[in-house]
Structures are given as C-alpha cells and as structure tokens.
Design a protein around this ligand. Sequence first.
Ligand code: 5AD
Length: 359
Amino acid sequence: MEGKKRKAGIGNSKIRELAKQLYLNQTLPDKGLRELLEETDKEALDLLYGYARQACQLHYGKKIYVRGLIEFTNYCRNNCYYCGIRRENQKVQRYRLSKEDIYACVKEGYALGFRTFVLQGGEDIGYTAENIGEIICWVKQKYPGCAITLSFGEWDRDVYQYWFDCGADRYLLRHETADEEHYRRLHPVGMSLLKRMECLSQLKEIGYQTGAGFMVGSPGQTLEALVADLRYLQTLKPHMAGIGPFIPQKDTPFAKETAGTLSMTLKLLSIVRLMFPKILLPATTALGTIHPQGRELGILAGANVVMPNLSPANVRLKYQLYDNKICTGEEAAQGKNQLEERVRSIGYELCMERGDSKV
Ligand code: 5AD
C-alpha cells in the first residue's frame, strides 16, 4: 500500500513537471511527449487536464464557442478506409442539400442565436465551385456578422481563393495523420499526405482561419505517429484543431477495428491545448459518442468549442461517418438549452458570438 502510494507520487511529480514545462514553453522533446501520451495514472492525468484548462481560461475564460454544423452532402469522391461515407459504401443513402435547404438551416440557426455556420460535406463534385460560392455570398449578404466555415475537403488553390473572395472565413481540413506510412494505412492509392499538407498551407496563405487535426486511435496509429501529428501542428500553426476518437463504421474496411479511447483523446486535447494555448479546439461529436459525458470531459481537458448539428432532421442519420453517431438531443442545434445546461453544470457557459480564433 505504502509502496503503491509512493510510486503514484513519483509518477505525479514527473508528469507535473512535464505538464508545467509544456505550459511554460509550449513544447517538449519527443520523449516527454511520449511519456505524457503513455501516462495512465488518473491523478497524474487530472493534473495534466488542470494545466490545460488553466491555459485555455487564460485566453478564452470559461466561454465555450458554438458552431452550427450543416452536413450538406454525403456524396464523396474519396474512398478513405475509415469513413462511413466513402465512395464504395453502397449502403449509404446519398443526399445533397439544395441551396434552399441550406438557407433554411442557416435561417433556423440564426434564429437560435448561431453566428458561425460550418458547411461540411464529402468531396461532392455534384456542386460546382460557383454553386458553393453562391451559397457563401447569400449567407454573408443576409447575415454579414456571421462567420462561414467550410469543411469540404481538397480542392485547387484557385477554388479555395474564390470561396475566400466570396466571403468564407474559415476552413477545416483534418490532416488525419502526419505519418506517411500511417497515412497509407488509412487511405487508398491516389490520395496523398503531401497533397493534403499542400492544401492546408494554401488555405493558410490565402487567409482562412485554418483547422487541421486527426483521429485518435485509428488503425495503425503509433505513439510516433501522434508525435508527428503534434510536430506537424507546430509547423502549420493552425487556428483550430479537430481531434476526436476514431470509431469504426460497420460498412467500411475498418468495421472490425477498435475505437480510440476516451483517455487517449483527452490526453491529446490537453497536450494540444498546452502546445497551442490560443487554438480553437472542439469537444467533438465523436467524443460525445464514445462516452455520455465525452464532450464535458473534453472541455475539462482544454477544449473550447462545440458544434451542434443544424442539418435537417431527415438527413442526419445518413451522415454516418462512424457508427452510433449521436444526432438527437443536445448535440442537435435545437437542443441548445440542454447543451447550455450541460456546459453550465461543469462551470462553463456557451458563447454565441462568432468567436474568431485568437491565434
Ligand atoms: N471515426 C471518427 N472520425 C471519423 N472521421 C471520418 N470517419 C471517421 C470515423 N470512422 C472524421 C475524419 C474527417 C472528419 C470530418 O470526420 O477525421 O476529417
């Protein structure tokens, strides 16, 4: 008993030192990062989360930013092994919202108080660049105070530039993994990590508030790959980072793989918060899917954004990137009051402002 206590104490002082170093210097040698990622002692991890919360509160107080997510198409030209809406998944009922459908979502969201709209979709060639441009222009004209975030995959630089000129403010494009070998394990030939990184650099150059990110616990992910993800974020310096657990989807090649864990995801959220104190970091729907209090725990580990779903109810079940995705209740935009209640229960408050990144 005594010995056990002492051992935990030693573990705590080590992790306390590492977390403190990360808090003060925003970086650690690879070895220190690996040690944090390997830590399992609950007390030690609570310390890490505490530092991350402190770093977040320094810049954002106890405000949690809210984004209205509109999943506007589940058609996709890509065939990523992990993703439920991959091209070869014949079981998906495909849908594509019309611009009128999208406008209705935005109107509803605006009335609910949302000031950021995230247009997310598969890489759907059923829309032209101009179709998307028209939607951006409409939203910006009708609601000039709102921010538009696109999350729509890889396109040519001139297309990114054109959407930016139409008024898009932000772009989310997770890099998924910064490790070449791991990237090959997750994506078929034809997709490339280099291209992905090129897109991210272009988005930043153009002037988008840019979000990268990765899944936690995807098949073949090693500690080295995670360290590479963190190093890549240090070079890119994104404004936002999307980090959530991998969750298998039954109609994909990864159906039988195991999901990423809550604790590994929370560790990464807090490490990313400490490395990038001002970053916008969502407590993702995937995190809320693997644990009933996942998003609250994410906030308590340093996350400061939530993205409730504004998609029309009749398409929500069709946007199944992974199994059992939560899509009723407080993760729906209409459940804002419940969401507010949850956030309050842990001492935070929802902030409905457009919430630009302070990076
Ligand atoms: N589990 C968790 N996240 C997934 N995504 C895609 N498929 C899955 C899955 N099976 C994530 C990817 C993508 C984002 C929109 O959703 O990281 O970038």
